[in-house]
Design a protein around this ligand. Structure first.
Ligand SMILES: [Zn+2]
Length: 198
């Protein structure tokens, strides 16, 4: 495994970095290695332990004189933020966000009967962002055309709203990404912390 899970100082997972960077951060005393029992190790401690470790899931770096176990998880000593991001404006995210409903008539439709609508039309300077984008059925879309809802005499049954920000580490919710067991509890940790913050 070449990647290392990075925790902030409250042990919340915030990113993935290469093992080279991880070891460098620990060496520079900006991060500690974290084991599955939440114990932390400075570079010196980790270096000593590495000499007597026989197995390490992430492997070792060898030099002629010594070896260093590649950590799976490190914790930054001075960084306490959590990074969030807004879900991307993909067709799928937009449809899911509005529950496959037309925001003008409120009806539920299959994907092929839905469109993405710029409330203030793009041709008139409407932006492509969560505040100006809704889903609409084909019928409502035709009725609205290149007008604003007001001009078309239409009302938004479902007004546009922004989705909740997600943790930047959204990969943790992607079932296709295999998560090493050593990461799991920290990822569960972010899950709980996010619930509390949102
Ligand atoms: Zn409609």
């Amino acid at each position: 495994m070449s990647q290392v899970l990075v925790l902030n100082k409250h042990f919340i997972a915030i990113s993935l970095i290469s093992w080279r960077k991880a070891i460098k951060l620990v060496y520079l005393e900006r991060a500690d290695v974290v084991d599955e029992e939440y114990r932390t190790y400075s570079f010196k401690d980790w270096f000593e332990i590495s000499q007597c470790m026989r197995d390490n899931p992430a492997g070792f770096i060898y030099t002629p004189k010594f070896k260093i176990a590649i950590p799976e998880v490190i914790a930054l000593k001075f960084y306490d933020k959590v990074r969030f991001e807004e879900p991307k404006l993909t067709r799928k995210n937009i449809y899911e966000h509005y529950g496959y409903r037309c925001c003008y008539c409120g009806g539920k439709f299959s994907v092929d009967k839905l469109n993405i609508d710029h409330i203030l039309p793009k041709s008139r300077g409407g932006k492509t962002d969560w505040n100006n984008i809704v889903t609409s059925c084909i019928e409502c879309n035709l009725k609205k055309g290149n007008k604003t809802p007001q001009e078309a005499g239409m009302k938004l049954v479902i007004p546009p709203f922004k989705p909740n920000r997600r943790l930047k580490l959204a990969f943790v919710f992607n079932p296709n990404v295999k998560i090493p067991t050593s990461w799991q509890k920290f990822i569960d940790n972010i899950y709980w912390n996010v619930e509390l913050e949102e």
